[in-house]
Design a protein around this ligand. Structure first.
Ligand SMILES: Cc1cc2nc3c(=O)[nH]c(=O)nc-3n(C[C@H](O)[C@H](O)[C@H](O)COP(=O)(O)OP(=O)(O)OC[C@H]3O[C@@H](n4cnc5c(N)ncnc54)[C@H](O)[C@@H]3O)c2cc1C
Length: 432
């Protein structure tokens, strides 16, 4: 994965997260000469740090067809990529502690049943059958048996290895400084290790996509929040399902360790937050209990960079700040406390490691997957809004279809880039 930079390729994918790696994989499988460029290590950002939930459950009805097709790919992905991904098809279970919450799930089920997705409401007793040790104040739940979970880093790295096996090139430790276009068409990328000429570029740069696109005159509204995760020491079997419980969420790995998260995220105000405040205001208002807002060093650093003339201002992608965001230790301690209270029969639950990741999202919390009109040859696949691990495989396949076939096999109109400028955002209808 530290191959030399070729001078030319049919397609260049920027960003070695799951979306970029899957895009490069499907392109390579279609016979395209493709180069995947990652400025750090493969899966170093969101795709290697997430909870690992692969769920269709609770998704926006517009996103469901993509989530369902991705789920279908996930079922056989270990065989396809010839890798152990720790894939567990244990279903996803969203718990409810109030009748209002159950009613919300019921409304989502009505929308979900437009599609052939197996999903059902469970009584408190049925929830207890799935998690016998559970003692929380649960009145019922929403269950989707075909959902599952997997190891984020292993999956992303397996996609990148499969790119090479299929004849593509993977270069890590290579930052793309800019996308080059001429007369309205992309012509190549300029990187810290040289240039590559190409007629197709995929922007799959995760949380950095907005900055990479800005010099091309493309405005992608993108918010970044910091989410904390922890891993416990091994525990006796609890459940094979991924569990969302409001105050905490968890999944149990094959080795018994639990990946556990709390209910809130940290929002570090940045220069882009101010630039894009208007677009995100309705979203902030709807989710006002979710964010802890901080004004401090990230904003200061952005301000300094915006007026500075140093190397970091000239080459923002070469300086990998914010790659190791600080976990919120209080949030982690609280999640552990509630987890222990809801599952009191377990042996003492100890936290082994805590970390954080930056989640990028759009104002309507669904991604952009689109071949933009200008410059021609550019496909944007970004803004996965906390759903990109589950959607990664289908996002990659759709990107390859946009480039090779010129048309995707699923309807992507709701995910077009232009919806922000048109003010045609998706209505908020996701429930988790
Ligand atoms: C804590 C946390 C929990 C989450 N839980 C879940 C979950 O349970 N289920 C789920 O489906 N999703 C979850 N998500 C969301 C999911 O992880 C993301 O949506 C998904 O990983 C996005 O993938 P990506 O490839 O778009 O971005 P990333 O994984 O962030 O990859 C983008 C890559 O681009 C590289 N890059 C950026 N700029 C450049 C450049 N100029 N040159 C070269 N490389 C560049 C970056 O280094 C990075 O590696 C979670 C996210 C976090 C942080």
């Amino acid at each position: 994965m530290d191959a030399a930079l070729p001078e030319r390729a049919d397609a260049v994918v920027v960003g070695g997260g799951i979306v970029g790696a899957a895009s490069a994989y499907y392109l390579a499988r279609r016979g395209i000469s493709v180069v995947l460029l990652e400025r750090g290590a493969i899966g170093e950002e969101q795709s290697g740090r997430n909870w690992g939930f692969v769920r269709q459950q609770g998704r926006h009805p517009l996103e469901l067809p993509l989530a369902m097709e991705s789920n279908r790919i996930w079922q056989t992905l270990e065989t396809e990529l010839e890798a152990d991904l720790e894939w567990t098809r244990g279903g996803n279970l969203a718990l409810a502690t109030s009748a209002e919450r159950l009613a919300l799930y019921e409304r989502w089920l009505d929308a979900a049943h437009e599609w052939p997705l197996e999903a059902q409401l469970l009584s408190a007793a049925e929830v207890q059958d799935l998690i016998p040790d559970l003692r929380g104040p649960v009145v019922g739940g929403l269950y989707t048996p075909s959902d599952g979970h997997a190891d984020p880093a292993k999956t992303t790295q397996a996609f990148a290895r499969a790119v090479e096996d299929a004849g593509g090139t993977v270069v890590s430790g290579c930052a793309v400084d800019r996308i080059v276009a001429d007369a309205g068409t992309v012509t190549g990328v300029s990187t810290d290790r040289g240039e590559i000429a190409t007629s197709h570029i995929v922007c799959a740069a995760g949380a950095w996509s907005s900055r990479l696109l800005r010099p091309l005159g493309l405005v992608l509204p993108q918010r970044m929040v910091r989410a904390t995760v922890q891993r416990t020491a091994p525990l006796a079997p609890i459940t094979r399902a991924g569990v969302w419980a409001g105050e905490f969420s968890f999944r149990q790995r094959r080795d018994g360790r639990v990946i556990l998260a709390g209910s809130r995220v940290d929002y570090d105000v940045r220069l882009d937050s101010l630039r894009q405040l208007r677009g995100f205001l309705p979203n902030y208002w709807r989710n006002r209990g979710l964010f802890r807002i901080h004004v401090g060093r990230p904003l200061l650093r952005d301000l300094v960079d915006s007026i500075g003339a140093g190397d970091r201002s000239r080459h923002p992608f070469r300086h990998r700040h914010a790659v190791e965001p600080a976990p919120n230790r209080r949030d982690a301690a609280r999640a552990l406390q509630v987890f222990r209270r809801w599952l009191p029969g377990l042996d003492p639950v100890e936290s082994e490691e805590q970390w954080a990741g930056v989640i990028d999202s759009t104002p309507d919390a669904v991604p952009v997957i689109d071949a933009v009109d200008h410059p021609r040859g550019l496909v944007v696949a970004a803004g996965f809004s906390g759903h990109g691990f589950a959607l990664g495989p289908i996002a990659g396949r759709l990107v390859s279809e946009l480039i090779v076939d010129g048309a995707p096999s699923l309807d992507l109109r709701s995910f077009r880039f232009g919806r922000f400028a048109e003010g045609a955002l998706a209505e908020p209808r996701a429930v988790l």
